[in-house]
Design a protein around this ligand. Structure first.
Ligand code: SF4
Length: 319
C-alpha cells in the first residue's frame, strides 16, 4: 500500500506476521497518518486473519512507543520513526519512506540559498533522497554537505530533538527537506543557522532565522524570572521519562529558596496544567515541548532555560 506517497511496507508486515505466527497485531501511527489506520488494519486482518488493534493515543516520536498496547499484542508495528531503543522486541519500526520526487522543490529552494555551500538534512521519510538532492544542487553551483550523525541511523537525518547531523556541517545555511515547521524551527533554534525548509509534498519553501526562533525562548525565560514556585513536569511516556533530572531540578530550586513540586503526567497539555498554583513550569519530557506553550498564561521552560532563571547558567549557554 502506498498512500500519501509513503511506503507502508504491507508485504513485509504480512510476511512478519506469518513468520512470527502473530495472532494479535498492534498498529501505532503518528497523528497525521491516523486517517489511513483503518485501511491498514483491514488489509492486514483480511490477508493474515490476525486480530488488529490500533493505538488511539497520541504518538509523537520513536520515544513514544505505546507500551501498554505492546504488552497485549504479539507484534506492534510503529510507523513513521526510526528505532531509538524504545519498545521491546515485539515492536517493529516501519520508517515510511516517501516516494515523492524531491527534485522540483530542491530546484525551487536554490533561489533562497544565499551562499555557495549548504548543509543538507531531512526527516527519515526523505533521507534516501539526499544524495540526489546533493547532485542536483551541484548543477546549480551549490556545494551541499550531508552531515554524519553519531546518534541517528542515517547520514543527514534529523529528529525533533537531534540535529547533530546539521551541527557538524561547516555551513552557515541548512536546506531541510520535509514537511511542517517542527524540524526547521528546531534546527534554527538549536543550531543557530538560517534554515531553508523545502516541502516536497506542498512545494512550499519556508525560511527560519535563528534570531527569531531564539527571541521567543528568551521571552519565555523573562516571563519566569519573577516566579517563586515551579511545577517540574515528569513525562510518563517511556522514552521521555527523566525522573532523576526532575528531582535534580527540584533540589536546585529549593536550594535557591524557591518552591518546587514534581508533577507526573502522560499527556502534557495546557488544560492539564491549568489547575496548578505555581508561577511557572519546567518540562523534563520531550525537550521541544516548551515551545508549544508560548501562548500559555504561565511560562513553560526547558531544563536549561530554568537553569538560566535560577542563575545556574548564562543566557548565551542555552542552545
Ligand atoms: S523527545 Fe520529542 S523531539 Fe525527540 S523524538 Fe520524542 S517527540 Fe520527537
Amino acid at each position: 500500500m502506498r498512500k500519501n506517497s509513503y511506503d507502508f511496507e504491507l508485504e513485509k508486515i504480512k510476511e512478519l506476521i506469518k513468520e512470527r505466527g502473530a495472532r494479535r497485531v498492534g498498529l501505532q501511527l503518528p497523528e497525521g497518518l491516523k486517517t489511513v489506520a483503518t485501511d491498514i488494519a483491514a488489509a492486514i486482518s483480511k490477508e493474515t486473519g490476525a486480530e488488529v488493534i490500533i493505538s488511539g493515543d497520541s504518538c509523537y516520536g520513536a520515544c513514544d512507543v505505546d507500551e501498554k498496547l505492546e504488552r497485549i499484542v504479539d507484534v506492534l508495528f510503529h510507523f513513521g520513526h526510526t528505532e531509538m531503543g524504545y519498545g521491546k522486541e515485539k515492536c517493529v519500526f516501519i520508517e515510511l519512506r516517501s516516494n515523492v520526487d524531491i527534485k522540483p522543490v530542491v530546484e525551487k529552494a536554490v533561489a533562497e540559498i544565499k551562499g555557495d555551500k549548504v548543509g543538507l538534512v531531512a526527516t527519515v521519510q526523505h533521507v534516501h533522497a539526499l544524495k540526489e538532492a546533493k547532485m542536483l544542487l551541484v548543477r546549480y553551483g551549490k556545494k551541499a554537505v550531508i552531515g554524519k550523525s553519531n546518534s541517528l541511523k542515517y547520514d543527514g537525518q534529523v529528529l525533533g530533538c537531534d540535529f547533530s547531523s546539521a551541527a557538524m556541517v561547516p555551513c552557515e545555511e541548512i536546506l531541510f527537506i520535509g514537511s511542517g515547521s517542527f524540524h526547521p524551527a528546531g534546527l534554527a533554534l538549536y543550531i543557530g543557522k538560517r534554515v531553508i525548509a523545502a516541502d516536497p509534498f506542498t512545494m512550499q519553501i519556508g525560511i527560519y532565522e535563528a534570531d527569531e526562533q531564539r527571541k521567543k525562548r528568551y521571552v519565555a525565560i523573562e516571563r519566569a524570572l519573577d516566579a517563586k514556585s515551579f511545577g517540574i513536569i515528569i513525562g510518563m511516556k517511556s522514552g521521555q521519562f527523566n525522573l532523576s533530572e526532575a528531582i535534580a531540578l527540584k533540589r536546585k530550586a529549593v536550594e535557591k529558596g524557591l518552591n518546587a513540586y514534581l508533577i507526573a503526567m502522560e499527556e502534557i497539555r495546557e488544560e492539564n496544567l491549568l489547575g496548578f498554583k505555581v508561577g511557572a513550569f519546567v518540562n523534563t519530557a520531550c525537550p521541544r515541548l516548551a515551545e508549544d506553550f508560548v501562548h500559555f498564561k504561565k511560562p513553560v521552560l526547558s531544563a536549561t532555560e530554568f537553569e538560566v532563571v535560577i542563575g545556574e547558567r548564562s543566557w548565551e549557554g542555552i542552545f
